[in-house]
Design a protein around this ligand. Structure first.
Ligand SMILES: Nc1nc2c(ncn2[C@@H]2O[C@H](COP(=O)(O)OP(=O)(O)OP(=O)(O)O)[C@@H](O)[C@H]2O)c(=O)[nH]1
Length: 345
C-alpha cells in the first residue's frame, strides 16, 4: 500500500512597501496555535530585516530554522536557484511543516510568483492556499497610492505633461488584481471617513469580488486567512495584471541601497532626520537597525514615507558588532549622496 501525503498549503502575502506584511505575519505566527509553520521572506534590498523581526518572535511552532530569507531580489525571477531549494529545505523538515507562509517583497509582482508553483517539482508537493494582499489603509486614505481615479483622469486631461505610468500604482494594482483576500491595515490611524475612502479606492481597483478585512496592528483571526484551500496556482492565469506581457520584470522602476551610519546619540533626532529625508527626497521606505551610543539595546527603525516608528527591539548580543544600517527604497533616481548627507547630518 502506498502512502500519499496531501500537498502542503502555502499562503502568499503580498502588499506594497511598508503596508504591514511583517506585522500581519508576526501576528499569524503568534496565533496559529498548534500548526507547525515555515516562512519564506523575500526582500528587496540586501539586508534581511523582516526575517530578523520574525525570528524575534520565539514561537515554538515556528523555530528560527523554519524562517528562510531570500534576500536581494524577487523569488519569481530566481525559481530554480532560490525558490525550489527553499521549498525542498522546508519539506525536509521533521516534524513535518503544516503550513508555509511567504512574505513577498513590497515590490513583488504576485502573478509570476504564483506561477512558480506550477513547476512540477513544486506543484506535486505544495499548493497555494490563498494570496493575501495587505494594503496600507493610511496611505490609501491619504491618497499616496491608488489615487482617486476620477480626479486623476480630470488632472490628466488638463495636463499632458503628467507621466501616466506610475510604477507605485502599477505594483499596487497588480497586487490587488491577484488577491483572494485583502487586509486593510493601520485602521487605528484613520477615522471612519478615511476608512470609507480607503475601501472605496481599493474597490475602484478590484477586478473581482474580494473581501476586505480591516485590521489594526496585524490583528486578524488566522481562521479568516489560513486554510482557504483555493489552489490559486490553477487560477492565476485568469488574473489580469499590468505586467502580463513582460517575460522579464526586473523591478527597474525602483532603487534600493544600504547606508551605514556611525552610532547615533539620540534616537528621536535620528527619527526626525529620517522623516525630513524621506519627505525631501521622495523616499518610499527606510528600515534597519541602529546603534544608539550608551544604550544596551538595538534600535529598530521603520519609516513608511515620512512616518517613522522606532523602538529598542532587543539587547545587543555579547560579541555582536553594534552597527547602524538602514535600507533605503524609492523610485528610480533617488539621490543617494543627498540622502546619505541628510541622514548623517
Ligand atoms: N499604527 C499602525 N502601524 C502599523 C500597522 N501595521 C504596520 N504598522 C507599522 O508600519 C511599519 C511597516 O510595517 P511592516 O509590517 O514592516 O510592513 P511590511 O509590509 O512588512 O514592509 P516591507 O516588508 O518593507 O514592504 C512598521 O513601523 C509597523 O509597525 C497598523 O495596523 N497600525
Amino acid at each position: 500500500m502506498s502512502v500519499t501525503f496531501d500537498r502542503i498549503p502555502c499562503t502568499v502575502v503580498t502588499g506594497f512597501l511598508g503596508a504591514g506584511k511583517t506585522t500581519l505575519i508576526r501576528n499569524l505566527i503568534e496565533n496559529l496555535d498548534g500548526k507547525r509553520l515555515a516562512i519564506i521572506v523575500n526582500e528587496f534590498g540586501d539586508v534581511g530585516i523582516d526575517g530578523e523581526v520574525l525570528k524575534g518572535c520565539g514561537i515554538e511552532s515556528c523555530p528560527d530554522d523554519n524562517i528562510i530569507e531570500l534576500a536581494n531580489g524577487c523569488i519569481c525571477c530566481t525559481v530554480a536557484d532560490d525558490f525550489v531549494p527553499a521549498i525542498d529545505q522546508i519539506l525536509a523538515r521533521e516534524p513535518r511543516v503544516d503550513h508555509i507562509l511567504i512574505e513577498t517583497s513590497g515590490l513583488a509582482l504576485p502573478k509570476p510568483l504564483v506561477q512558480a508553483f506550477q513547476w512540477p517539482a513544486v506543484k506535486a508537493r505544495v499548493t497555494v492556499d490563498a494570496v493575501i494582499a495587505v494594503v496600507d489603509g493610511l496611505a490609501l486614505a491619504e491618497g499616496r497610492v491608488a489615487h482617486d481615479h476620477a480626479a486623476l483622469e480630470e488632472q490628466r486631461l488638463s495636463d499632458d505633461s503628467i507621466d501616466h505610468d506610475d510604477p507605485v500604482e502599477e505594483v499596487f494594482d497588480d497586487q490587488i488584481a491577484c488577491a483572494d483576500m485583502i487586509v486593510l491595515t493601520k485602521t487605528d490611524l484613520i477615522d471612519a471617513d478615511g476608512l470609507a475612502l480607503a475601501k472605496e479606492r481599493i474597490a475602484a481597483h478590484l477586478p473581482r469580488a474580494v473581501k476586505i478585512i480591516a485590521a489594526a496592528n496585524g490583528q486578524v483571526d488566522p481562521a479568516v486567512l489560513i486554510g482557504l484551500g483555493l489552489a490559486v496556482e490553477d487560477d492565476i492565469e485568469n488574473r489580469k495584471t499590468h505586467h502580463d506581457d513582460e517575460l522579464d520584470h526586473d523591478h527597474d522602476d525602483f532603487d534600493s541601497f544600504v547606508i551605514d551610519l556611525p552610532a547615533v546619540d539620540n534616537a528621536d533626532e535620528l527619527a526626525q532626520r529620517i522623516s525630513a529625508t524621506a519627505e525631501a527626497e521622495n523616499v518610499l521606505r527606510i528600515k534597519g537597525f541602529v546603534d544608539v551610543a550608551n544604550k544596551p539595546m538595538r534600535l529598530q527603525v521603520q519609516a513608511v514615507g515620512s512616518r517613522v516608528n522606532h523602538y529598542f527591539d532587543r539587547a545587543w548580543a555579547p560579541g555582536e558588532t553594534r552597527q547602524s544600517r538602514l535600507v533605503v527604497i524609492g523610485e528610480k533616481g533617488l539621490d543617494r549622496d543627498a540622502i546619505e548627507r541628510m541622514l548623517a547630518a
